[in-house]
Design a protein around this ligand. Structure first.
Ligand code: ZN
Ligand code: ZN
Ligand code: ZN
Length: 287
């Protein structure tokens, strides 16, 4: 499963069963489409291949250069009319996607191995962000996870393991989840890695249930991420990349009105965001 070809044929087996929706994620500057005839929300958009595979020629559509990136809504009945789904995501009614029982254990161990390897490179990279070799190693593991997360059943496994396993950041530190480490070190990563880690988060956030796990961790890191920009000059230089990518996360996190209302109440998000805003204002005034 680790080798390129084996992984591709393993993934193809899942793809052939049909994926409930497109999970293509694009970053800033990429092309995407909106179609007023098909979209049900102002923010809905689809990727180029879903647009080309759908029937929009007589529709009120527009191609645009995405300013902050986005996620494809093709196949999501909450964001796009079914008649506008592309050929790949139309009439697909997959049940709860799952890996065959006999493959489940091995798939978990491979995903866990990759997560631990990814973290070891992220931790090194935090100390020396300019070291190209460490960047490349981080990218290898990130790309593997992104590839795997394009498949419903395997994405479920990554969503589980990224919060379920525990690793130590330092030799004496308390063990924390991979998501905890990734979010804590995100601001210290080079621009490209921030972007690719965010893409992975967006893929995972296609699963509505993962939004809870994600917010539980983000909520404890969010204030530090923002406040550090006021105090730390180096951090501030990197901050605009972080800020753009946090925006991408927020759009996906809060794309479902019912789920958003639930999250806001459950995690006191208004208090959190207002509190952080007040702290930024008072920290800036002190300077
Ligand atoms: Zn798509
Ligand atoms: Zn599609
Ligand atoms: Zn359309």
């Amino acid at each position: 499963m680790c080798g390129g070809e084996d992984l591709d044929s393993y993934l193809e087996e899942f793809r052939s069963q049909g994926q409930s929706q497109c999970t293509n994620v694009w970053s800033k500057g990429n092309i995407a489409y909106r179609c007023r005839t098909c979209q049900t929300k102002d923010s809905s958009a689809i990727c180029v291949s879903c647009f080309q595979g759908g029937n929009h020629w007589e529709h009120d559509y527009v191609m645009y250069h995405s300013e902050s990136g986005g996620c494809c809504d093709c196949g999501d009945r909450g964001a796009w009319r079914e008649s506008g789904f592309c050929i790949t995501h139309q009439h697909v009614h997959v049940g709860d996607a799952a890996v065959k029982e006999e493959l489940e254990k091995i798939t978990h161990s491979v995903v866990r191995y990759v997560l631990v390897e990814l973290l070891s490179w992220v931790i090194k990279l935090k100390e020396e962000p300019s070291y190209m070799n460490w960047r490349s190693m981080t990218m290898i593991y990130l790309s593997w996870l992104q590839k795997v997360c394009a498949v419903d059943a395997l994405r479920n496994i990554v969503c589980n393991d990224i919060v379920a396993i525990h690793v130590s950041k330092q030799s004496h530190g308390n063990p924390v989840s991979p998501l905890d480490v990734l979010l804590e070190y995100l601001p210290s990563m080079p621009e490209k890695i921030i972007e690719e880690e965010t893409t992975l988060f967006l893929q995972l956030l296609y699963k509505n249930e993962f939004k809870d796990d994600f917010l539980l961790v983000l909520k404890n890191k969010y204030e530090d991420m923002i406040i550090s920009a006021v105090h730390d000059k180096y951090y501030l230089e990197n901050y605009k990349h972080l800020d753009t990518n946090l925006d991408r996360v927020m759009v996906q996190l809060f794309n479902d009105p019912d789920k958003t209302t639930e999250l806001i109440h459950k995690y006191n998000l208004l208090e959190l965001f207002i509190g952080v805003f007040c702290n930024v204002v008072s920290s800036s005034a002190e300077k």
